[in-house]
Design a binder for this molecule. Structure first.
Ligand SMILES: NC(=O)c1ccc[n+]([C@@H]2O[C@H](COP(=O)([O-])OP(=O)(O)OC[C@H]3O[C@@H](n4cnc5c(N)ncnc54)[C@H](O)[C@@H]3O)[C@@H](O)[C@H]2O)c1
Length: 373
């Protein structure tokens, strides 16, 4: 397997998740590239010390520019607050490195467009993180929708739900502040997850009506005080898409305040001849609609049928850490020209398209009107 040397900027929640996916790369059996974590940059020295458990990670620095100057780094993954995306992504590209960006790919639409332009001008390989489509159930829903076998599409629902913000004692972090998360709030935070598969199917909304809600205006700051929280927490977007010449309603749901939901990603696509439902809250269950003399929703338990094959037995169930690893396999194999028709990571075009949807949603909320894209 040819090694690809990776640097991570931002060793927080996602930085460490990615590092652990590299550490069990031996699970993958049909990839010919291997990530080697070589360097990490984070402002917090305590965060850097976690990376001591990875022997190949020999550069640990509080200065991300030192990581970018390291000739031993081929690809840089950046997982920092949204207000830093544009500066850091553009610095990665200017340093001549390939970029694996985090969503939402800039704090707002203008920022996303500038990053996109820099990526294009640099000629570097750039993709954006979005792992949920790599669940086998998501792949099946995507393939079924693409096949056309479900007839005329009647309705689409795609969403991502959390519930932990229902707890008013949960401390705020940067994701609850417009200045760092962006005006989009939950759209910036969860929107890529809801939009990725619809956009890959060519289902970009032409009209949007948004219903955005805020949660608690103040939360503990984690240091004994309280802090103001000003982001949108729930976003319900009622949109129109065009599929096969027909106008089809598509609902995009991004919620941090959804009673009972824990990182629940789901999609439902209904057609005249068939339909599909998949939710990560019941990881293995795929529901398929069958129209005959009688109409059935039938359920099957999916196994470990991930796009990239692994040593894990086919009957076992996949989880978050597995789809993160699958996403990296897609990034590295596509970078090497070896994707061979498998599902690729979100592109810069798709990332900008998500921001176009979010900007229309913010405008719709402000005006109380339907906004055309
Ligand atoms: N794909 C997903 O499922 C998913 C899930 C959560 C977050 N994210 C995205 O990942 C990104 C990071 O989110 P997170 O939850 O990991 O955040 P986090 O707060 O856990 O980690 C961010 C890290 O960045 C570091 N940092 C801040 N400024 C820095 C700088 N100038 N140089 C180096 N390090 C710096 C912080 O010290 C912190 O450790 C965001 O874009 C977020 O939207 C994606």
């Amino acid at each position: 397997m040819s090694p690809v040397k990776i640097g991570i900027i931002g060793g927080g929640l996602m930085g460490r998740e990615m590092a652990s996916a590299f550490a069990r790369w031996c699970a993958l059996t049909d990839v010919s590239v291997r990530p080697v974590l070589t360097a990490v940059a984070d402002l917090n020295p305590a965060t850097l010390s976690w990376f001591d458990c990875i022997p190949s990670c020999t550069q640990k620095t509080t200065d991300y520019k030192a990581l970018l100057a390291n000739p031993d780094v081929d690809v840089v993954y950046v997982a920092v607050p949204h207000n830093l995306h544009e500066q850091l992504y553009c610095d990665v590209l200017a340093a001549g490195k390939d970029l694996f960006a985090e969503k939402p790919f800039g704090i707002d639409l203008a920022s996303a467009r500038r990053i996109h332009a820099a990526a294009k001008a640099s000629g570097r390989f750039v993709r954006c993180s979005s792992e949920m489509p790599f669940f086998p159930g998501a792949q099946r829903a995507f393939e079924l929708a693409k096949s056309g076998s479900i007839g005329r599409i009647l309705e689409v629902v795609s969403g991502f739900h959390h519930s932990s913000d229902l707890d008013p004692t949960k401390a705020a972090n940067w994701k609850r502040l417009n200045s760092m998360c962006g005006e989009g709030g939950a759209l910036n935070d969860l929107g890529m997850h809801a939009c990725h598969i619809p956009l890959r199917l060519g289902w970009k909304p032409s009209r949007v009506f948004a219903q955005l809600q805020k949660g608690y205006p103040q939360r503990p700051d984690g240091k004994g005080g309280v802090t103001n929280c000003d982001t949108w927490d729930n976003a319900l977007l009622n949109t129109w898409i065009k599929v096969g010449g027909h106008d089809v309603p598509m609902r995009l749901e991004m919620k941090r305040l959804m009673p009972g939901a824990t990182n629940t990603w789901y999609i439902e696509i209904l057609g005249t001849d068939g339909g599909v439902r998949y939710s990560t809250s019941d990881t293995k269950a795929l529901w398929l609609f069958e129209r005959g003399k009688e109409q059935f929703w039938k359920r099957t338990d999916l196994g470990f049928s991930t796009p990239f094959k692994t040593v894990t037995g086919g009957i076992f169930e996949p989880g978050f850490a597995d789809v993160i690893q699958q996403m990296w396999a897609a990034y590295l194999m596509e970078r090497a020209g070896l994707l061979n028709g498998r599902f690729g990571c979100a592109t810069p075009d798709e990332a900008v398209a998500t921001h176009e949807i979010f900007a229309a949603a913010l405008q719709s909320q402000a005006q109380g009107t339907v906004v055309s894209l």
